[in-house]
Design a protein around this ligand. Structure first.
Ligand SMILES: Cc1cc2nc3c(=O)[nH]c(=O)nc-3n(C[C@H](O)[C@H](O)[C@H](O)COP(=O)(O)OP(=O)(O)OC[C@H]3O[C@@H](n4cnc5c(N)ncnc54)[C@H](O)[C@@H]3O)c2cc1C
Length: 314
């Protein structure tokens, strides 16, 4: 059984979720025997292919070049994956916006059921995935010939980015599907770490009261800690922060080393996005707030006094 991981990259380097997806693939091949291959399809993506070849546990990298792969458009990526799919028992994508855009097209064309958002590999055909906002774990067995899987990156450690020496095979790519065209992108520039890759996250809730207060109180703490900033949905809906800062069931799933929840009640939909964080610190003035049930350290205080004091002490 050979597992294929679809690399997510910017043509120069790999996105971190690729490494977690390789670990999931390696668990499968350890149980079933076989190899892990990685597909890098891009434009002038030799550096990304080279990076993939160095991941520990990868046996082969398939490098495909094409102008139409530059931005990872799902139509072209799905066609490329399908062109080589018959060689693989398992095809794995990171459960990111990109992976979730490509995987269903592959699964539907192969006429198999997609296995989404796995957090554990029990056997080569059996996987665990959270349901009901993480309150229950479904154990899913698939009898399909090809398993098309998306991998929740917080469920698996990142594979070592170095130490491997996989062969790189260059393949001719499929033609441009012509079904979609890349028009442009607007990417928010930030000096902060990306939320899903950050080791420390400072996250704020409705209690901050305004965008100005959110910035005034939380930014100095995030700066001191070198942290990414996150938010509850209530804070996002109230316009305190951009949408892409939202952590939770309908936002980003994160598992940093340290998650500091400030003025966040801890609704299950928020916990679904952060409760796997290694250490959780909660600052809330309500002793009954559910966030304290998952917190390793809790401060039952007014955030507007405690956070500036914390910043001064750091
Ligand atoms: C389908 C669905 C999906 C959802 N998805 C998400 C999601 O992805 N992410 C998410 O976050 N939510 C999500 N929600 C919303 C969720 O249910 C909560 O409404 C939301 O998380 C509440 O945000 P909050 O904790 O900031 O606000 P609140 O619940 O209002 O909590 C504010 C907290 O701040 C504390 N506080 C107030 N003043 C101070 C002060 N001065 N000092 C210290 N503490 C103070 C209060 O005690 C309270 O605990 C979803 C809901 C639904 C129905």
């Amino acid at each position: 059984m050979t597992a294929l991981v679809i690399a997510e990259h910017d043509n120069a380097s790999l996105k971190p979720a690729t490494l977690n997806t390789v670990t999931a693939a390696a668990h499968i091949t350890q149980l079933s025997g076989g190899e892990v291959h990685v597909l890098v399809a891009g434009k002038e993506a030799a550096a990304a292919a080279q990076a993939a070849s160095q991941i520990a546990g990868v046996a082969k990298v398939i490098h495909v070049e094409g102008l139409h792969f530059e931005h990872g458009l799902a139509e072209n990526m799905a066609a490329q994956v399908l062109a080589i799919a018959s060689s693989y028992s398992h095809i794995l994508f990171p459960a990111t916006a990109s992976g979730k855009n490509i995987a269903p097209r592959v699964a539907a064309t192969l006429d198999v059921a997609q296995i989404s958002d796995i957090t554990e590999v029990d056997a080569a055909d059996t996987f665990e995935r959270p349901i009901y906002a993480g309150n229950a774990i479904a154990i899913v067995q698939s009898l399909d010939a090809t398993k098309v899987i998306t991998v929740r990156s917080t469920g698996f450690d990142a594979a070592a980015a170095t130490g491997g020496s996989a062969a790189i095979e260059t393949l001719a790519g499929v033609a441009d599907s012509g079904q979609s065209t890349f028009m442009g992108s607007e990417i928010a520039k930030s000096d902060r770490p990306e939320l899903t890759a950050a080791k420390i996250i400072v996250s704020g809730g409705r209690a901050l009261g305004s965008a100005e207060k959110f910035n005034e109180v939380l930014t100095p703490l995030a700066d001191k800690l070198g942290a990414a900033l996150g938010a509850s949905r209530a804070a996002v809906d109230a316009g305190y922060t951009p949408n892409d800062w939202q952590v939770g069931q309908t936002g980003k799933i994160v598992a940093p080393q340290l998650y500091v929840a400030i003025g966040i009640s801890g609704a299950i939909q928020h916990l679904a996005g952060m409760k796997d964080s290694k250490v959780i610190v909660a600052i809330n003035k309500d002793a009954e707030a559910p966030i304290f049930s998952v917190a390793d350290y809790g401060l039952e205080v007014d955030l507007f006094t405690a956070v500036p004091e914390l910043v001064a002490a750091l």
